[in-house]
Design a protein around this ligand. Structure first.
Ligand SMILES: Cc1cc2nc3c(=O)[nH]c(=O)nc-3n(C[C@H](O)[C@H](O)[C@H](O)COP(=O)(O)OP(=O)(O)OC[C@H]3O[C@@H](n4cnc5c(N)ncnc54)[C@H](O)[C@@H]3O)c2cc1C
Length: 384
C-alpha cells in the first residue's frame, strides 16, 4: 500500500481548492468524492455565489481581501475569468448597526464603498422599491462567482498539477494509526500522512465515527429563478447583487442576483429546513417557499418575480456562531477539519485551500484562524 502525503475527503469547493493548493506545491494528493463532481446534494453547485467584502467583523473583511488575490491567482493560472464584477448593494429600512459595522470594517481595510441615501438609491438603481427610510451600502468591487464553474476549474487545475481525483468513492472509515491515517473507502484501503475532511453537510457522520462531538446544524435552503418584466434593468451593469435586510428585526435576508441568462435568482436566508440525515435524498424544492421568495422579491424589486422559472436546493452547514470551523482534530493532529460554510464560505475557497495546505504540511499558517478553532467555537456564548 502506497503512503499518500494527503488524502482529502470531499470534492466540493473546499476540497477542490485544497487539492489545488497542495498539488501546486508538488504534494502527492488524492481527493475522494462520494458522488459525481458538481452534484446537487452538497453546498457548492449552481450558477452563482456572492463575493463581497462587507462583514461586521474585521477578520472576514481582511480574509476577503486576501481571497480576492487568491481568486485572481487562480484565474491567471487557469487562463479563465471567474469573478464577474457586478457590485453588491446592502439595503435596509433602518439605520442597522450591522451595516454601520460593515462600513467601519470596509473603511479600516481600505475597500471602496459608498453609503447611499434614499434619493441616491432612487437615481442610481431605478428598479429598487425605495422608501424615505431606505439606506444603502454599495461595494463596487463585489461580484459573482459562477459556483459550479469555479469548482470544475479548481479540480481541472489540481489534476494538471498531478492531484488524483476519484469520484463515486465514499470514505467509510478513518482510522488514526500512529502518525498517519488508514482510510477505508469503497472496499479499498489507503494510508495517508494527513487527512483533510472537507465533507460539508456529511461532516457529522465522519466526526461521529472519529468520536468527536461538535454541534453542526444542517439546513436545506432554496433558491428560485424568475423571469422579470424588466429585461434590461435586471441585467448585470444595471442591477448589482442586492441584499435586502428589511427592518432587520428578525426579518429574513433576501439576496437577489442579476439575470445571467437563467433569470433573476433570489433566496431568503434563515428559512431553511433542518436536515437530520445527509444521506436521505433531499425533497424537491417547495412551491410554498418559492412563493415566499417571490413575495419578498416583488417587495424589493417590483416586477422582478413576474414568472417563476425554476427552483433548486442547496445545503448549509452551520456552526453555532456562524463562524467557520478550521482546525486540527483535537486528539489526532494528522486529521484536519474544515467546515467553512454557514452560508458564506464560497468566496474564501482558494484562500481556505491555501490555509489547509499550510496546516497539512507545516502544522501552522500565517493567516489568523483563531476565530475558527474548535475550542473557541465550543466555548462560544451561543452554546452556553
Ligand atoms: C443557498 C446557499 C447560498 C450561499 N451563498 C453564498 C454566497 O453568496 N457567498 C458565499 O461565499 N458562500 C455562499 N454559500 C456557502 C458556500 O456555498 C459554502 O460555504 C461552500 O459551498 C461549502 O463547500 P464545501 O466544500 O465545504 O461543502 P460541499 O460543497 O458540500 O462539499 C462537500 C463534499 O464532500 C463530499 N463528501 C462528504 N462525505 C464524504 C465521504 N464520506 N466520502 C467522500 N466524499 C464525501 C460530498 O459529497 C460533497 O461533494 C451559500 C450556500 C448555500 C447553501
Amino acid at each position: 500500500m502506497r503512503m499518500l502525503e494527503v488524502l482529502i475527503v470531499g470534492g466540493g469547493v473546499m476540497g477542490a481548492a485544497t487539492a489545488y493548493a497542495l498539488a501546486r506545491r508538488g504534494r502527492r494528493v488524492l481527493l475522494l468524492e462520494q458522488f459525481a463532481l458538481g452534484h446537487a446534494r452538497g453546498s457548492s453547485h449552481g450558477l452563482s455565489r456572492l463575493f463581497r467584502y462587507a462583514y461586521p467583523q474585521a477578520i472576514y473583511t481582511q480574509l476577503a481581501v486576501a481571497a480576492r488575490q487568491a481568486w485572481a491567482a487562480l484565474e491567471a493560472d487557469a487562463c479563465q475569468r471567474l469573478l464577474i464584477n457586478t457590485g453588491a448593494l446592502d439595503i435596509a429600512q433602518t439605520d442597522l448597526p450591522y451595516l454601520k459595522a460593515c462600513a467601519a470594517q470596509l473603511a479600516a481595510a481600505g475597500v471602496p464603498f459608498e453609503q447611499l441615501s434614499a434619493d441616491e438609491l432612487r437615481s442610481r438603481f431605478p428598479a429598487l422599491a425605495v422608501t424615505d427610510q431606505t439606506i444603502g451600502l454599495y461595494q463596487p468591487d463585489a461580484g459573482i462567482l459562477p459556483a459550479s464553474r469555479c469548482v470544475a476549474t479548481l479540480i481541472e487545475q489540481a489534476r494538471r498539477y498531478g492531484a488524483v481525483v476519484a469520484t463515486g468513492v465514499r470514505v467509510d472509515r478513518l482510522l488514526p494509526d500512529g502518525t498517519g491515517v488508514r482510510v477505508d473507502a469503497a472496499g479499498a484501503t489507503y494510508r495517508a500522512q494527513r487527512v483533510v475532511i472537507t465533507a460539508g453537510s456529511y461532516t457529522p457522520v465522519l466526526l461521529r465515527q472519529l468520536g468527536l462531538s461538535f454541534p453542526l446544524l444542517i439546513t436545506r435552503e432554496q433558491s428560485a429563478f424568475f423571469l422579470p418584466h424588466h429585461r434590461v434593468l435586471s441585467k448585470i451593469g444595471y442591477l448589482p447583487v442586492v441584499r435586502d435586510h428589511g427592518h432587520g428585526d428578525g426579518e429574513s435576508l433576501l439576496v437577489c442576483y442579476p439575470d445571467m441568462g437563467e433569470g433573476v435568482k433570489a433566496e431568503l436566508f434563515g428559512t431553511g429546513v433542518v436536515v437530520r440525515d445527509p444521506y436521505v435524498l433531499p425533497p424537491l424544492p417547495d412551491p410554498v417557499e418559492s412563493e415566499r421568495i417571490a413575495r419578498r422579491l416583488e417587495a424589493t424589486l417590483p416586477g422582478f418575480a413576474a414568472r417563476l422559472l425554476r427552483a433548486e436546493t442547496c445545503r448549509m452547514t452551520h456552526t453555532p456562531t456562524g463562524d467557520f470551523l478550521i482546525d486540527h482534530h483535537p486528539e489526532y493532529r494528522q486529521i484536519l477539519l474544515a467546515v467553512p460554510c454557514s452560508g458564506h464560505g464560497f468566496k474564501f475557497a482558494p484562500l481556505i485551500g491555501e490555509i489547509l495546505a499550510d496546516l497539512a504540511m507545516q502544522g501552522t499558517t500565517k493567516y489568523d484562524i483563531t476565530t475558527f478553532r474548535i475550542d473557541r467555537l465550543r466555548m462560544s456564548p451561543a452554546l452556553t
